[in-house]
Structure formats: structure tokens, C-alpha cells
Design a protein around this ligand. Sequence first.
Ligand SMILES: C[S@@+](CC[C@H](N)C(=O)[O-])C[C@H]1O[C@@H](n2cnc3c(N)ncnc32)[C@H](O)[C@@H]1O
Length: 259
Amino acid sequence: MGLKTQLKKVFPKTLSNYGKSVNSIVPFAFSRNADVLQDIQEKYHYNGDFAEIYAHNKGCLIHKWHHYIPLYDRYCAPFRGRTIRFLEIGVSQGGSLQMWRKYFGNDAIIYGIDIDPNCEQLNGLAAQVRIGSQNDPEFLESVINEMGGIDIVSDDGSHHMKDIAATLKFLFPRLNNGGIYMVEDLHTAYWREFGGGYKSKISFFKIVADLINDMHHWYHANGLKHPEISQYCSGIHVHDSMTVLEKDKTHRPTHSQIE
Ligand SMILES: C[S@@+](CC[C@H](N)C(=O)[O-])C[C@H]1O[C@@H](n2cnc3c(N)ncnc32)[C@H](O)[C@@H]1O
């Protein structure tokens, strides 16, 4: 299958956005005959088994940026082998759900949601799949209730700024303490087709900047811009195209001197 056909399957509604010069992921595609495993291991000095789980994926198509793999492991390792509740937004062809199942193990409660009704056929394979939109709060609420809560969210859905923001605003307060919230493919934050733009006021990175200021609200007088998130956001990690927020109750900082 050619790269364009593969991309069309993974990004059925947005392929046109990927064909333009700057707004394109196509120039970053890894050579089809090259060694994916070796690329991940060597570039990122990564020896964990997540790279093998990804590189040896079979059956359902999966499409990931190579640098995400060590990051997934860095942030998700504490949850591995436990009865955690994981929600993937944007299932596409099911390869990523298969990958998460292999990584987390059989005890994990894994759900995926997608707006595309074709994804219904993936239900019950590696995970439970529910059809609906990430910007529909009632739908999200029903999925969380079914899951019995959530520990990890991976937003790999529409990648549209307004959807990413609305979903975060709704789901982050519902995430269990100690959980993490990952947002993928944030190169779209620079692309107008996704509601983004360089230094745009509605770019997701504007929210991230607000969250950083909120985190340091103890040291300025401008208050909290996103209290529903910031009061429980204990860590903000920004990587190329991926942001990870850690959830835990925040505390007024204290310091001491010990002799
Ligand atoms: C980038 S693909 C997901 C790729 C998949 N996670 C993987 O790694 O192989 C994005 C998916 O998000 C879905 N999607 C787009 N808009 C959505 C929305 N508003 N709510 C839920 N899913 C949406 C698309 O139908 C598509 O299947």
C-alpha cells in the first residue's frame, strides 16, 4: 500500500491538509524498507519493549511518530500490568489499541472512541470501542461511566484546536488523581486547517502557556486562567507534537533549610 493510501486510511477526512508544503507530515515519512525498530532504538537511546511492540505490530494498521514510542513508555510505565483505565480518542484502524493492549496487559480496561462508524467493527478485539465525537460531553460521560473512571487519556482524534481544548476541559477534571493526559500530533497547532496558527490565540500551545502561568500562580497576581485544570495539574511536559499533563492535587509550595 502506498504512503498516500495509508495516510488516507489513517487520516480519512484530512488528507488534503497533509499535502501542502509546510502543513504536511509526508516529508517526515520513514523509508518503507528501513528498520523502524533500529531507528527508534538508536535515535532515542531507547531499549524498552514498547519499540518492539510497535515495530512488530501485525494485523491492524498503526501510524505513529517514532519519537512518541519512548515517551509513551516514560509516562505510562508506572501503570503497566495494573488494572488501569485507558481511553484512546481516535481509533482509526485499531492498530494503536492493539499496541496499548500488548503494552498494558490483559488486566487493563481499554476503551477507544471514534467518530467514524466503521470503527464499530473493532469493538471487542483489543479493546472496547464506542462511536461518537470527542466534543460531545454526554457521549464522553457515558463512556467514562461505562469504564468506571479513567487514569490515562490519549487524544489522537480530530487534532482540531477547538476539539482538543473542549475534550481536555471536560475530561481532565474527570481523570483520576495520579493519572496522565496525553495530546498527540500537536504540529496541527500551527496549521489553520486545524484551527491553529503560529502564536495563534486558539492554538493548544496558548492553553499550555496559560497552564504554565497557572502552575506558578503563587508567584504572580494574575490568578488562574483554567482553574478546572490547573488546580489539579501537577506536571506539564512538552515534547515535539506531544504534550503530557500529569494530574494530582497541587499544594502551596513550602521550603526549608536543613543543617
Ligand atoms: C490520527 S487517526 C487515529 C490513529 C490511531 N490512534 C493510530 O495511532 O493508528 C484519527 C482518528 O480520529 C477520528 N476522529 C476525527 N474526529 C473525531 C472526533 N471529533 N471524535 C472522535 N474521533 C474523531 C478519525 O475518524 C480517525 O479515525
